[in-house]
Design a protein around this ligand. Structure first.
Ligand code: NAD
Ligand code: ZN
Length: 358
C-alpha cells in the first residue's frame, strides 16, 4: 500500500500550543519500516509536555511531534527487514537504544544513554498518519488482538516491568498506591502473575471503582484528614497482614512513605510514580526490615510478555479505554485528558483516516 500525500501530524510548539500540520512522509532506512499509524493513546507525560512544556528533566525546546503509546500497520519495508511483512499490525515500542553500549550489551537496553524515545525531547513521537520505526522495536500483534490493545501494550509494559522488578509470584500480597492508568496496569499485571491479594488506594472514588472492576481485592479511599499511620493501619487491616510488595504509582511523597512503612519484613517497595527529585522517607525503617527499594524506568524486554498476557486472555485491557477521537480532533482529545472531563482513563486517538467508531 502506497502512502497518500497526507501526513497530518500533531506537533507541540510550546505550552498549550499543539498544532495539526502536514509533515513530509518519512522514508524508512534499511532496518526500518514505514507504518500507517493506527491508534495512539495519550499518556500523562504527553499532558505534562502540553501544559508545562516539560516532564521531569526533559524540556520541549523545538517543535516536537507528540505521542508514544501506539500501534500501526506496516506499509513499506526497508531492504534488511526480516521480522515483519507488509500488512503486519504491530505494537510500537517507542524506545530504540544504541545496541552497542555496556547497558545495551548486558540486556538493560532501556537504560541506554543514547536512547531514541518517541515524544521525549528532542525526539519526535508518532501521533501522525505515517511514521518510520526500527523494525526490531515493532512487535507483531496476534490476529486475536486489536490495534487499540496494541497501543495499550506501552503502558501495560510499565506494569509488567514493575512486577518483574518485584519478582511477583503466586501468593504475593500487594499494596498499590494510586489507581491512575499506571496503578491499574500494575494491578492487572500483578494479578496475572499470581498476586493473591491486592489493596489499591486513590483519592478519587471513580478510580477505585475501576480498580475494583479490574480485580482489586480491596480499595482504600484516601481522605484529606487521614494520617500516614492511619493509612498504614487500614492497609494492614484490609489485607489481614503486611504486604510483601508495595508499588507506588503516584510519585506523591506521602504515598511513597506509606509504601515503605506498610511493607513487611524482607519485602520490596517498587517506585513507579515519578515525583519530585528529593523526598524524605523512613529509610531506617526499610533498613531494619531489610526492605528493598527498587526503581522502575519504563520497560525492557517486556512487550512480548504484555502481548502474551492479552492474547492468552489472562489480562483484559479493554475496560481502560474510555474515549476515542480522530487525529483531526487531537486537540479535543488532549482537552479531555488535561481536564479529566468525563473521567477518562485511556484516551485513544485514531490516526488512520479510514477508522470508523464501532
Ligand atoms: P495519574 O496522575 O493518572 O495517576 C495518579 C493517581 O494517583 C491518580 O488517580 C490520583 O488520583 C492518585 N493520587 C494522587 N494523590 C494520591 C494520594 N495521596 N493517595 C493515593 N492516590 C493518590 O498518572 P499515571 O499515568 O497513572 O502515572 C502514575 C505515575 O507514574 C506518574 O508519576 C507518572 O509520571 C509515572 N510513570 C512512571 C513511569 C516509569 O517508567 N517509572 C512510566 C509511566 C508513568
Ligand atoms: Zn546503548
Amino acid at each position: 500500500m502506497a502512502p497518500t500525500k497526507d501526513n497530518l501530524s500533531a506537533v507541540l510548539y510550546g505550552i498549550n500550543d499543539l498544532r495539526l500540520e502536514q509533515r513530509p512522509i518519512p522514508v524508512p532506512k534499511d532496518n526500518q519500516v514505514l507504518l500507517q499509524m493506527e491508534v495512539v493513546g495519550i499518556c500523562g507525560s504527553d499532558v505534562h509536555y502540553l501544559v508545562s512544556g516539560r516532564c521531569g528533566p526533559f524540556v520541549v525546546e523545538k517543535p516536537m511531534v507528540i505521542g508514544h503509546e501506539a500501534s500501526g500497520t506496516v506499509i513499506q519495508l526497508g531492504k534488511d527487514v526480516k521480522n515483519l511483512k507488509l500488512g503486519d499490525r504491530v505494537a510500537i515500542e517507542p524506545g530504540v537504544p544504541c545496541r552497542l553500549c555496556h547497558y545495551c550489551k548486558t540486556g538493560i537496553y532501556h537504560l541506554c544513554k543514547d536512547l531514541f524515545f518517541c515524544a521525549t525531547p528532542p525526539d519526535d513521537g508518532n501521533l501522525s498518519r505515517y511514521y518510520v520505526h526500527d523494525a526490531d522495536f515493532c512487535w507483531k500483534l496476534p490476529d486475536n488482538m486489536s490495534l487499540e490493545e496494541g497501543a495499550i501494550m506501552e503502558p501495560l509494559s510499565v506494569g509488567v516491568h514493575a512486577c518483574k522488578r518485584a519478582n511477583i509470584k503466586i501468593g504475593d500480597v500487594c499494596l498499590i498506591t494510586g489507581a491512575g492508568p499506571i496503578g491499574l496496569v500494575t494491578l492487572l499485571s500483578a494479578k496475572a502473575m499470581g498476586a493473591s491479594k491486592i489493596v489499591i488506594t486513590d483519592v478519587l472514588d471513580v478510580k477505585l471503582k475501576m480498580a475494583k472492576q479490574l480485580g482489586a481485592d480491596y480499595t482504600l479511599k484516601i481522605e484529606k484528614n487521614m494520617t500516614e499511620e492511619q493509612i498504614v493501619k487500614k492497609v494492614h487491616e484490609l489485607l489481614g497482614q503486611e504486604p510483601n510488595v508495595s508499588f507506588d504509582c503516584t510519585g506523591v511523597e506521602s504515598c511513597v512513605r506509606v509504601c515503605v512503612s506498610s511493607t513487611g519484613l524482607a519485602g520490596v517497595v517498587v517506585l513507579v510514580g515519578l515525583g519530585k527529585i528529593e523526598m524524605t522517607l523512613p529509610l531506617t525503617n526499610a533498613l531494619i526490615k531489610e526492605v528493598d527499594v527498587r526503581g522502575v524506568f519504563r520497560y525492557c524486554n517486556d512487550y512480548p510478555t504484555s502481548i502474551e498476557m492479552v492474547s492468552s486472555g489472562r489480562v483484559n485491557v479493554k475496560p481502560l479505554v474510555t474515549h476515542h477521537y480522530t487525529l483531526e480532533d487531537s486537540l479535543k482529545a488532549f482537552h479531555t485528558a488535561k481536564t479529566q472531563e468525563g473521567d477518562p482513563i485511556k484516551v485513544l486517538i485514531h490516526a488512520n483516516p479510514n477508522w470508523k467508531p464501532s
